[in-house]
Design a protein around this ligand. Structure first.
Ligand code: FO1
Length: 306
């Protein structure tokens, strides 16, 4: 069975670990968000792809939610001492990966190929595909102004309410090599429990990818990132409240209108009045076993034997 998963960073990466635990890594293709990528200190950082790489390679700092475990910060301390840009915290080990990626991109290797090389070097079995090789960046519109994603998220601590999100570059972005093939070959498509606006939204803003989901002939199941209407981490609940008007399963499902056949929700959410079939289970991924159970529930909701 081939499974394609659309995924953002932290929550998505944990879910992916569960998917891989259920069906093995060889048949899993991941379409990752690149719209929160950022250039820092001349280095190209792809936070969501890196969260997936580190998590599936067993290198992630689970507690912090981003970057590598056992990280040290000497390079960044030096940067700060010298008056360089240090608001976006890059650890020493993490910098090693960004150096390799940046060098590859500078020598005109596309992001998809650079990611494949990094994934191979880290021993990933699953295929990790950036949604696009083209420039695609999330901007958030707030009462304080419009900000690039990481300025709002990290520098401003995502405190500003968000009125709208837009994805610069989306009209011209095409799916990266392998993405449409992976979606076309999938027996099941899953949408990880990631933020619908800033993690999955940019992937779906690539027309070819959205159209592939609209045209799908196989089940597509999303997992809600909310538990009892609240985000486990991050601003998804506040964004849904302000942009979609609420945090019920129906509001989450509305983000994926026409694209999903079922939504997996938590026991703490009320399964009423949603435009798609709702499947209730425990969605908090406290450990690998919980992630495995959630992945199995999502696959089951798609009618795929786990
Ligand atoms: N998140 C923070 O809140 N502060 C940081 O300084 C920070 C640095 C960082 C460096 C590399 C990386 O891969 C991720 C990093 N993140 C940081 C997380 C990241 O900005 C967000 O969690 C994702 O972009 C949201 O999907």
């Amino acid at each position: 069975m081939n499974v394609a998963v659309l995924s953002g960073g932290v929550g998505g990466a944990r879910f992916l670990r569960g998917v891989v635990a259920v069906i093995g890594s060889d048949n899993v293709s991941i379409v990752g968000n690149v719209a929160d990528d950022i250039e820092v200190l001349g280095l190209r950082v792809s936070p969501d792809l890196d969260s997936i790489l580190y998590t599936l390679a067993g290198l992630a700092d689970e507690e912090r939610g981003w970057g590598r475990a056992g990280e040290t910060w000497q390079a960044l301390e030096t940067v700060a001492q010298l008056g360089g840009e240090s608001w976006f915290r890059l650890g020493d080990r993490d910098i090693g990966l960004h150096l390799v990626r940046t060098e590859l991109l500078r020598s005109r290797v596309p992001l998809s190929e650079a990611t494949e090389r990094l994934a191979h070097a880290l021993g990933l079995g699953a295929r990790l595909l950036p949604a696009t090789d083209d420039p695609l960046r999330t901007f958030v519109e707030t009462p304080e102004g419009t900000f690039p994603f990481q300025t709002w998220f990290v520098a401003r601590g995502h405190r500003d309410e968000v009125d709208a999100v837009h994805y610069a570059g989306s009209p011209d972005a095409t799916a990266a090599p392998g993405v449409l093939e992976a979606l076309g070959a999938a027996d099941v498509i899953l949408i990880a429990p990631s933020n619908p606006y800033v993690s999955i939204g940019p992937i779906l803003a690539v027309d070819e990818i959205r159209e592939a989901l609209e045209r799908r002939t196989v089940p597509c199941v999303a997992v809600s990132p909310l538990i009892g209407g609240r985000a486990v981490k991050g601003p998804a609940d506040r964004m849904l409240l302000r942009i979609a008007g609420g945090t019920s399963p129906a509001h989450v499902a509305s983000c994926y209108a026409g694209l999903i056949d079922a939504l997996v929700i938590d026991e703490a959410d009320v399964p009423a009045d949603a435009p798609v079939r709702l499947v209730v289970t425990r969605t908090l991924m406290t450990d690998l076993e919980a992630a495995r159970r959630l992945a199995a529930a999502a696959l089951d909701a798609a009618g795929a034997p786990a």
